[in-house]
Design a protein around this ligand. Sequence first.
Ligand SMILES: *Cc1c(COP(=O)(O)O)cnc(C)c1O
Ligand SMILES: [Zn+2]
Length: 408
Amino acid sequence: MTDSLARELACIDCGTVHPLGYRLECEKCRGLLELRYDLDVLRARGPALLAGGGLWRYAPVLPIADPAHRVTLGEGGTPLLDCPRLSKVLGVRSLAVKFEGANPTGTVKDRSSATGVAAALQFGFTATSVVSSGNAGSSIAAYSARAGLRSLIFAYARASAPKLLHMAATTADLVLYEGVYDDLITHWDRLVESRLFFDCGASRNAYKHEGKKTIGYEIAEQSGWRPPDVVVAPVAVGETFIAAARGFREMRDAGWIPRVPRMVAAQATRANAISRAFRSGRPLEPLKIGYTVAEGLAAGNPGRKGEWVLRLLRDGRGAAGDAEDEQILEAQRTLARTEGIWAGPTGVATLAVLGKMLAAKELDPAQSYCAIVSETGLKTEAAPPSRAATAFDFDSLERLVEQRLARA
Ligand SMILES: *Cc1c(COP(=O)(O)O)cnc(C)c1O
Ligand SMILES: [Zn+2]
């Protein structure tokens, strides 16, 4: 078993260093905290330090000390799929899809749920809680059940039926809320201070956030430690984006990869607070948002993590874009038809944004790309296609097969 090399928590605003513990913000300035690791050991031992498979292969760069706390449902180790036909459609030299739909509950959330629930065990909590548009709720419920913890899940009443079914089956404590995520999250974040439950939300908990860093490590390792030029990541409040970017910087600082990829933040136009601020060069302003098919990206107020995304974009030559719901649904069909990958609308927002930015010549087609496709299509709810059916005898069957396959 590999030891965790986590050494301290550092404030991203004032730099004050705090010892490891369940601490959600800087004692001096209330800034967000990030985990820091023993870079000397990472540098000296290199990737040979890694052992085993899945998310916990990266245990040295995760903050869970005791292997007994490392809860798992088989998350991580998702495929990085080279997509030659989709590359041709988009007109890029190369494009790989990091397919997070292969995770146990079908989304990227399983990475942060694994370290979040493991941290709840590490700090002696018996219950977890989260406010969710659907994916985080089903994932936290699943990992809490797996760890023998209770989970109090607040889910968006408009979440898709498969997500609601999944949550209702997995936790005894599912509460549906009216309105949008942003309205409830302010109250819930305040309640976290009472320590009635372990914070499995996306606003502040560095331990939970850290699991998503493994997506960057996997992209690098699966690329032979030469990551693609550009990585396109979905952004709701920014956990996935920030964690991937931090992972790449950590690997570069440890000498595991020669350079960090350029990061592109992808949002839904109906929830585009970050891309709007970045593209206009203005401060982040919360938006009142309605429904978007990219349910997992429906955050109008990304808060302090949104500021963090902007800082990473501005410091790191990043880019940002957003796509309309129709463009997202189009990207969903294109991905399925060209590569056989069935992803949900939230998952393909990155591809819709990539296509749009390439068409607008905002990105260079000669570079190599990786798009994070963050969820399976199997949790989406939609009216089924036509159920009009045909009855066959042998002759009519043969005729149909010949006609169909003769078509160009
Ligand atoms: C939550 C979620 C995201 C991104 O959210 P961040 O908080 O920005 O990491 C992306 N895709 C899916 C499917 C999600 O559920
Ligand atoms: Zn501080």
